[in-house]
Write a protein that binds this ligand. Sequence first.
Ligand code: PEP
Ligand code: MG
Length: 689
Amino acid sequence: MTSVEIEIRNESGLHARPAAVLVRAAAGFRSQIGLENATAGNGRAVDAKSLVGVLAAGVEKGHRVRIWAEGDDEAEAVDALRRLLTDGLGDERGAGPGEDAPRSRVLGMPAAPGIAIGPIWRPDVDGTAEVGAAPSMSDSAARIRWAAAAAAAQLHSLAERLCELDRIGESEILEAQSLMAVDPALVDEAVRLAAGGLDSVAAVVASAETSARTLAALDDDLLAARAADVRDVGARVARILAGTAIAMPVAPSIAVAPDLAPSLVAEVPPGLLIGVVLAGGSPTAHVAILARSLGIPVVVAAAGLLGAAEGAGSDAGSATGSIYGPAAGSVIAIDGETGEVLIDPGADDLARLAGLGAARAARDRRAAALRGRPAATRDGQRVPLLANIRSPDDAPRAIAVGAEGVGLFRTEFLFLRRQSAPTEAEQMAAYRRAMEAFGPDRPVVIRLADIGGDKEIPYLGLPHEPNPFLGVRAIRLAHGSRELLLTQLRAIWRAAGLAGVTPHVMAAMVSTIADARLLLELRDEARATVVAAGDPCPDRMFTGLMIEVPSAAILAPELARLADFFSIGTNDLTQYVLAADRGNPSLARLQDALHPAVLRTIASVVAGADGAGIPVAACGELAGDPAGALVLVGLGVDELSAEAASLDGIRAALAGVTSDELQRLAIRALAATDAETVRAMAAELTGRG
Ligand code: PEP
Ligand code: MG
């Protein structure tokens, strides 16, 4: 073991920026490296490769630290760290006034919960690392084909890694990319361009660009996303040809980028990607979904982020030189629950975030402990909690966290990423699996395919619409062509007959009485076909209407007489009440479903349902937000359905309040005029637990 003891002369001690420089430098050595605050004298060494560890050592100006290393490069490691510490770790500015304030604060949209603090990793500007030359083949065609096959193999093994983590949907995206890598359209065009004299790397990039543009020109959101995937694949093949790879972070880091390909997130070695902040993106982008499922906090749509990150990197980077990269010395802290991003956070912010992280961990542990109990308020008002699912594969996880059924099975996901619609038999098998997983006493509410809007299905050949969110979507499709929903309804009747349950079905985008009548007609027609065929078929189907369009909310008293239940889709209801495209990050401030205009609409829906004596559920994102859940129950919503990961939090929030408190909260919320005020009111109740 080699060690050294040094007095720290930095004005603010080892605060975030110098600590990050030290951690990055330590991570460059193979040896195990420890740091101990010899002055504070608790005798505990922290891992010098961990930023949180080094910050937790609480090293102040004048403290002496002992650095030790053990391993085959221990002498070089200790010598390099001694020099860095003696030189002040690039902390040239010293600690002027305001040192404790963050250099920059940006507010983005929360996309995956958790707090992360770490050095910045800029995959788009940190460049590539040499990983060895490609085999020397004189024939450019052979080289391109070899590199394409190698890229396909890489993507396939990344897909397998996600599969092992049970991330089936995300793994399918990478499998599709693996096929794209060896797609003849892409490879043959690259070979042709190379034969024409273009360098093989340039040929691959140009060929991918041509394919991507063809897809993007089809003017279809889903295919536009595939265009980005093709470019990502082309870049990967090109890197393999050039013998390079994207430079991976050397220490646990937070990716800061305009956008990220899911394949890159999957590629970072486990433990080295601890957070993601994107200037663009949305909480529903694939990269956010993947990171969320890997437990990595994410903030998206952080406007002004890149400029702020650049400012931080260039300043401190000049002090540490190119060895540690352009962003060396800059630290970023993100809160995936609030969307807060701090560049070069000060000591106060770090202490606040550490406290917040600990409090949330304790809160999550308390919430998980309630799983076995039925959800209810403190005074015993039951509020059934159900799960939102996209496939029967999601059922086990939902059951594990105590879901009392499924309140929203988004069946359109069965239609995505395919060349043709699932057959009636395929659909039946999927519905039957979900019904059997939950059994006869826990309902599975199957939402008929909500196709259109942001969920386009290319093979259905539906005409392009200039304004798809206001177009022929969901139940509206059936006014033109009944077969899609009839097939689905026959599959549901048959699945329920075989599973021995009474099925629950609902339709999205109901906006008129005619829509509701059409649903009932299709339901009965489908049953008649199944019965005529002599197949097992239940006597009835609980039939619900999603209330997510203002006209349906206004017509609630009349619609309620035609339905067995309502389910409020708060995502679309907010989009349509506030006229704010739900996917547009520039309108984030108009997308809070706690806006009193939305809440007043919900209150009138509940009143309409009460008049006819039918129950009301809520299944949009608001139901999964503890503050939102409390307001919804206060407004009289009977059941909540949310992502499985949210159920613990809602159950705990409900257990901490009485139904009287919720009713008072709802009355105050309805009298408010903006969402922020309502959030603050709800926080008084959620913050108590
Ligand atoms: C909603 O709009 O709130 C909803 C649950 O449906 P989706 O998000 O699938 O449109
Ligand atoms: Mg909806």
